[in-house]
Design a protein around this ligand. Structure first.
Ligand code: FES
Ligand code: FE2
Length: 456
């Protein structure tokens, strides 16, 4: 027994302290080898959300997904739903990047500008200029000079890629996240806006600002207008989720337009006030159907019993869907919404908050080898009438958080923390994160998974 204790305490001296539910050592963020280790051991071994299906509507349309030194083209190779391919965007002759644009349209082939080699749009070699020059050379087969394929799969309206040889199927990888989020039918949604920030912080720091709800009461003094009652964070393998702890709190104080707190006089008033605030401050999650339903709820008699108000809200939401020609997702029930919770972190770098009306999606990834630089995408999705033309809104790109000011007051409150955290963490005076073991399970889950990938 004693020798065991000794050996474990010696081990602790030699190694950084382990990740516990209430603690993550600073080295988990600051290890100078993180970028290299992530490049070698994380990104090539995970499923990544590369683009939306509706970015690839015409045959030959492509999106260039970049992750560190790898550039991967996701291409529509035919008219069928599954006619999609992904391959490395690199000429097999001398290594020229084939396409430098972020997205575009291929003709019948994809060709390299340098010496004119060509491939079909699904990546098979179509032409080598003066191929006879290679006569008798070893391994100069069509297979060997095809564009190396990358695995892809579809889920939630996204096209996901995996750079591994034989990855776990995407549905299996998503596990409970996929099962619980499935009924929201996110594939039928369309992006209302897409904002991308070139952010001067580590991608993990951005991720961790959006996968826990513990910060809400302090950070969002303006973004939310209710008294936050805390959250419960739960892990599902490497993924995690949090939900509010006081489900259906129906009568409380709320912050009015002039910033003062007011006790709601009725359940209808409180429900309306909270929805209206999200609708205005975020421009996502609570959209027109739910806002219209909330306006109708507000008109209910003030003494309507709470459960009747909730039932009316639910009925109005469905009516407002119908009024707008929107299709209510089959299987979307109140139980399903309750089980799904509020906010999901899909390891390693996607976060989603689904609602009746739509979903808010985030994705963050390194922007080149600088650990203090990332590309941070934010999309607000909404249901649209079936048959409405598919497509994507124009991507708006911002250089840094300063440039983003004026876009979304709610998110700007989150952004005020990010640079300060990224800088603060590097201080000698910070040994690690004292994570909340109830509300920040998502953060420890994330770092445990990262440590496992990077250590393997
Ligand atoms: S580098 Fe592409 S054809 Fe030579
Ligand atoms: Fe926030």
């Amino acid at each position: 027994m004693d020798s065991k204790l000794n050996s474990s305490s010696q081990q602790e001296e030699a190694e950084p302290p382990a990740i516990r539910p209430d603690f993550i050592p600073a080295s988990s963020w600051l290890n100078p080898d993180n970028v290299r280790l992530e490049q070698e051991r994380l990104w090539p071994r995970v499923w990544q959300m590369a683009c939306r299906e509706e970015e690839l509507l015409t045959v030959g349309a492509f999106v260039n997904y970049e992750i560190l030194d790898d550039s991967i083209l996701i291409v529509r190779s035919g008219p069928g739903e599954d006619d999609l391919v992904a391959y490395y965007n690199v000429c097999q002759h001398r290594g020229r990047k084939l396409r430098v644009e972020k997205k575009g349209q291929l003709g019948r082939t994809i060709s390299c500008r340098f010496h004119g080699w060509q491939w079909t749009i699904d990546g098979k070699i179509a032409h080598v200029h003066q191929r006879e020059n290679w006569q008798g050379c070893p391994e100069f087969t069509d297979e060997a000079i095809a564009l190396p394929q990358v695995k892809l799969a579809r889920w939630g309206g996204w096209i996901w890629i995996h750079q591994g040889e034989d990855p776990q199927p995407l549905e299996e990888w998503l596990g409970e996240a996929g099962r619980l989020l499935g009924p929201f039918d996110m594939r039928s949604m369309r992006a209302r806006w897409w904002k991308t920030i070139a952010a001067p912080v580590n991608w993990r720091v951005v991720c961790e600002a959006f996968n826990e709800g513990y910060h809400v009461w302090s950070t969002h003094s303006m973004g939310v207008n209710y008294r936050s009652t805390g959250t419960l964070s739960v892990s599902f393998g490497d993924h995690s989720m949090f939900r509010g702890t006081v489900a259906g709190r129906l009568l409380s104080e709320y912050k009015t337009d002039d910033g003062s707190w007011k006790m709601a006089e009725s359940v209808p008033e409180y429900l309306w006030a909270v929805e209206r605030h999200t609708y205005r401050s975020l421009g996502a999650m609570t959209l027109e159907p739910t806002m219209a339903a909330a306006e109708r709820v507000k008109a209910l008699p003030p003494d309507t019993p709470a459960m009747d108000v909730v039932a009316a809200m639910w009925a109005y939401q469905q009516e407002e869907f119908a009024n707008r020609g929107l299709k209510w997702p089959e299987g979307l029930t109140r139980e399903v919404i309750a089980a799904a919770g509020t906010d999901w972190h899909i390891f390693p770098n996607a976060v989603v908050l689904p609602t009746v009306d739509g979903a808010l999606w985030y994705r963050m990834r390194p922007n080149g080898p600088d650990p203090d630089s990332c590309v941070f995408d934010i999309w607000s999705f909404a249901h649209v009438p079936p048959g409405e033309e598919r497509g994507m809104p124009e991507q708006e790109v911002f250089q840094g958080f300063q440039e983003f000011i004026g876009q979304c007051p709610f998110l700007e409150e989150d952004f005020l923390n990010l640079t300060a955290v990224n800088e603060g963490m590097k201080s000698r005076g910070w040994k690690g994160a004292r994570t909340n073991p109830v509300q920040e399970v998502s953060i420890t889950t994330f770092h445990k998974a990262l440590a496992r990938f990077l250590g393997e």
